[in-house]
Design a protein. Structure first.
Lengths: 574, 412
């Protein structure tokens, strides 16, 4: 798939792999001598592979380095990330087909490669990339593979020559230092140029690919794995081959000193999907992991809440239509639909359900809890009733402990890596000296630290909090019954709680102020704050994001009532 | 904190520092070391805009940890300090100096001396001029160590001369140290500052070699030059010198006057009052009363029998002479509201009687005069004293009874 030369016999580019790892032409079954290893080098931009083999690229510079382009660097990063995801259990298709295709499409659309007219060049346009616009020919599985196979032609060689020479002209004229050929050019690029590649955007790519394949990893989980070190991000450039020297402006591009933020990665992903002109993503149906019903089940378990609550989350989901395929599936470029944050949405549904059943006004839930406690003391038949108070105490204790651990870990985080980074040759020796001193000090004080610092990272796990049925101390609430808060009315189970308070009466305009509502801890009950905090910890996002989704759900749920009530200008809040 | 999901290098290191701070305050050296290990990579970042950069942080924190950690050795400490010296040229002399302090605390005088000599010879372009103050300090401390050596030699010499030897070599060495010490000590005390230890040593040298004029000048400068910060010790040193020189009471008194103004609770106030009481001048005696009352305002003097005896003596003298009762009235005016509870409670009467009869005697006299014979303190003590058949308490009772109406006049 990485191999795009024309077949010697039939001039087609339609390769497959033999069992022996050799390429064979699918059209005429001509077997080549080229094996997979040869082509699948770390330096994958196919056009450039050709130029390398033709010796047209300046291979060796005096310091043993060679010319490399920023997008090659990013390609390496993506490759590493995809491999890591594969190691976590994601299907290999993600790396070999989907991510690859997305990336190449991006390169093409942003005119960094695979087309006749690279950015900043005024070369006579040739038709190769235009002719390959039959992307949508296959509605079932719009694989962008076609794009790549058709775009290579003899003419590319010339493009590459001119590209190389044009860029080298640029690098001669600019006095800014970078290890890559186009580092300075990259940073100077006009902001209007859509979607300049950045490190956070690599995660947007990954997430996009995961979503396409409907893999059971939410964005919050992906970002958590990144922070925990299971997916390369922070110092991934240290895996660049020796020949790719990284210095000067490259550092600004590849060396990150902050963790990616959910919102940023999420928004960029959507921009990207639109930019690449992707079609409608594969459907998210109710058997998908990302469907609210599924995610709610997971989060309920993790939050140590009774399984019975799942019936309620499903009811809410159904009532407001957020389980519909069309609502959940991503349609790139569609500006009218609200972009779905699957994880946040599911968490918000649970919060709403808790509010429905327990009110969470700092009074009612404790009252209900007392009743349940009484009942539990007097009779044990049918299993225990769920006591909010007990649940609060158990979960709070675990949460506080985990939060404390997390805070300490964050403070102890090591950002630098072995590979020294320098902005210019001038400060290279200084940098190396500093590095040496840092290592010395780390050794000296490390010895005085007492406990051995754990060298390996913990195993990646989908659940951060786990509760065991086996423990007899009653600290697992999964099987507890909601009977204490429910009553039967006309054959239906409804909540005993007759009231509900809205988080906000009026939603803000998200486009104007970025949020649907504005969350301030002091304005809401402590129980609500606690519940938001719990999910905020699990998803590693600000509680205000969950609050936004809660507001959105509430407004959908109470749509009719709100409409009526707003007319009389009253508030439901107890 | 829970909501800091936006984590970056800077915030992470800030958090790290606050953990270090907590650990240090709780003397958890292992934990502090653990977090410091994670903090040190800050050295590789540019913090030029911050007020205190990571290199200074690491120096200060690392010093604390290595100094207190049970598993850390002096060798490790010294090695660390050498590293810190290379970290920031702008701080070089400061680090040297603090290193020297630690060595001195650890009793490693020779190593400290070596470090000081080394630092003295340091030159680094314009930094040398910028760090001039630190350099002066380094020279001063070397001078101090030279003084210590001089002192040692002096003692050896005295021993030998007692035994009948005369040791020329030791004497020569001693003089050598004197010269080295004097040069540096003289320099530092020219600069306005608090140089108690340097001044004392320098004066000691001068006195030994008989240069009393120079000594007097130095002490006067130190005490009276307004450029120097107000320093009670300066006056104490001057006073002690003048006393050693056998100066007149007049100059002694004037030396202590300022001390009374700055530190009314100073222990020398007893000497001061004693001198003043004996003076022929009325003003001085008046001042004496003021001084002793002021000293006894302080909790630290409550149980000081000597101070109370000074006050008692003066009060007795005034009452007996029947002159200047208004002096007592003036002093008592601002104290009559709180001294009774502060000094003359029944509880104190009991305690003083139990612990220190002389103290209770003196206090009882004062209480009897100031508050009358019916006051709690006097009643209790005199009763106890008479019960124990102690003569002076009977005399006391008589005296107070005789002058019982005084308290009305002074409290009026």
């Amino acid at each position: 798939r990485d191999f795009n030369e024309r077949c010697a016999q039939c001039s087609e580019v339609n390769w497959g792999l033999t069992d022996g790892g050799r390429f064979y032409c699918r059209s005429c079954h001509n077997v080549t001598e080229r094996t997979r290893e040869v082509v699948n080098t770390d330096f994958i931009t196919n056009s450039r592979v050709q130029t390398i083999s033709k010796g047209l690229r300046k291979q060796e510079k005096n310091d043993g380095g060679c010319e490399w382009y920023i997008c090659e660097g990013f390609q390496l990063v993506l490759k590493k990330q995809a491999e890591a995801l594969e190691a976590l259990g994601v299907c290999p298709q993600m790396k070999d087909e989907i991510l690859c295709s997305f990336w190449r499409c991006y390169l093409q659309k942003s005119k960094q490669a695979y087309c006749k007219r690279p950015a900043g060049e005024t070369v006579k346009a040739l038709s190769a990339c235009e002719s390959s616009t039959d992307v949508d020919s296959d509605p079932e599985r719009p694989s962008l593979l076609h794009l790549l196979s058709v775009s290579e032609s003899e003419g590319d060689l010339q493009t590459d020559c001119s590209f190389v020479s044009s860029v080298s002209k640029v690098s001669e004229s600019t006095s800014v230092y970078s290890g890559s050929v186009d580092g300075s050019l990259y940073l100077m690029k006009n902001q209007k140029e859509k979607l300049k590649m950045t490190m956070p955007m690599t995660l947007s790519f990954c997430y996009m690919a995961l979503l396409w394949l409907r893999e059971p990893i939410t964005l919050s989980e992906l970002l958590r794995f990144v922070v925990e070190g299971h997916i390369p991000y922070l110092n991934v450039f240290q895996h660049f081959p020796e020949k790719m020297k990284l210095c000067g402006l490259d550092l600004r591009i590849f060396c990150v000193e902050s963790w990616p933020v959910y919102e940023e990665v999420f928004n960029k992903m959507h921009e990207l999907a639109a930019f690449l002109d992707l079609p409608r993503f594969p459907d998210i149906t109710d058997s998908c992991f990302l469907h609210p019903d599924m995610l709610c089940m997971k989060y309920l378990m993790e939050a140590n809440l009774p399984d019975e609550l799942h019936n309620w989350t499903c009811r809410v989901v159904k009532k407001i239509g957020i389980g519909e395929v069309d609502f959940l599936t991503l349609m790139p470029g569609n500006k009218s639909t609200r972009k779905v944050k699957y994880d946040v949405l599911a968490a918000a549904v649970i919060v709403v359900v808790l509010k429905l059943l327990f009110l969470l006004d700092d009074h009612y839930e404790w009252l209900l809890s007392e009743f349940a406690e009484e009942r539990n003391k007097n009779s044990a038949e049918g299993g225990p009733y769920f006591e909010f108070k007990k649940w609060y105490e158990v979960v709070k204790q675990s949460l506080d402990m985990e939060q404390k651990k997390l805070d300490e870990e964050r403070a102890k985080y090591l950002w630098r890596c072995e590979k020294p980074l320098f902005y210019s040759v001038k400060n290279k020796s200084k940098v190396l000296k500093r590095r040496q001193m840092v290592v010395n000090l780390q050794n000296q004080f490390g010895k005085l630290s007492g406990s051995v610092r754990r060298a390996e990272k913990p195993n990646p796990s989908s659940f951060q909090l786990s509760w065991s049925e086996e423990k007899t101390d009653g600290s697992c609430f999964h099987r507890h019954s909601l009977k204490g808060v429910l009553q039967e009315k006309c054959g239906l189970l409804t909540a005993m709680n007759p009231d509900y308070w809205l988080c906000t009466v009026k939603l803000c305009n998200e486009k104007l102020c970025g949020h649907l509502a504005h969350y301030r801890e002091v304005e809401f009950p402590q129980s609500y704050h606690f519940v938001l905090g719990l999910f905020s910890f699990l998803l590693r996002i600000q509680p205000s994001y969950i609050h936004d989704e809660v507001c959105m759900i509430e407004h959908k749920l109470f749509n009719k009532i709100l409409y009526k009530k707003l007319k009389y200008n009253t508030v439901l809040r107890k | 904190s829970s909501y800091e999901h936006k984590l970056n290098f800077r915030k992470s290191k800030e958090a790290c520092l606050s953990y270090i701070q907590d650990a240090l305050l709780q003397k958890q050296w292992k934990r502090a070391a653990e977090f410091l290990t994670c903090y040190v990579e800050s050295l590789e970042k540019d913090y030029s805009r911050e007020h205190i950069g990571p290199s200074e942080m690491i120096w200060r924190i690392g010093t604390e940890i290595l100094w207190h950690h049970s598993q850390s050795s002096m060798k490790e400490f010294n090695c660390f300090m050498e590293q810190m010296k290379t970290l920031g040229v702008k701080r070089y002399l400061k680090v040297c100096l603090e290193h020297v302090f630690h060595l001195l605390c650890n009793g490693q005088i020779d190593e400290a001396y070596q470090n000081l000599s080394l630092a003295e010879s340091w030159r680094f372009g314009e930094q040398t001029a910028i760090q001039d103050k630190e350099m002066k300090l380094i020279e001063a401390y070397r001078g101090l160590l030279d003084y210590c050596s001089w002192s040692k030699q002096k003692n050896i010499l005295l021993e030998h001369s007692e035994d009948g030897f005369s040791d020329l070599a030791v004497e020569q060495e001693m003089h050598g140290y004197f010269r080295k010490a004097a040069v540096n000590l003289k320099e530092i005390i020219k600069i306005p500052g608090v140089w108690d230890v340097f001044v004392k040593c320098y004066v000691d040298l001068l006195e030994f070699y008989g240069d009393h004029n120079e000594a007097r000048q130095v002490l006067n400068e130190y005490a009276y030059n307004s450029k120097f910060p107000a320093n009670p010790n300066a006056h104490v040193y001057l006073y002690q010198f003048l006393k050693r020189q056998g100066e007149s009471k007049k100059s002694l008194i004037s030396a202590l006057k300022i001390l009374h103004d700055i530190v009314p609770s100073h222990e020398l106030m007893i000497d001061f009052n004693t001198m003043l009481q004996k003076s022929k001048k009325r003003k001085k005696r008046r001042l004496g009363l003021e001084v002793i009352f002021a000293a006894l305002d302080y909790a630290g003097w409550k149980d000081n029998a000597k101070a109370w005896s000074c006050l008692a003596r003066q009060v007795k003298q005034i009452v007996t002479s029947e002159k200047h009762l208004d002096w007592i009235k003036q002093e008592w005016n601002s104290r009559k509201d709180w001294w009774p509870a502060f000094h003359f409670s029944r509880y104190l009467a009991k305690r003083n009687w139990q612990e220190n009869k002389s103290l209770s005697y003196e206090k009882a006299l004062v209480a009897g005069i100031l508050l009358g014979k019916d006051c709690k303190y006097f009643k209790y003590v005199s009763h106890q004293g008479c019960k124990a058949q102690l003569k002076r308490f009977r005399m006391l009772k008589k005296f107070v009874n005789r002058h019982n109406l005084v308290y009305l006049r002074i409290s009026g």
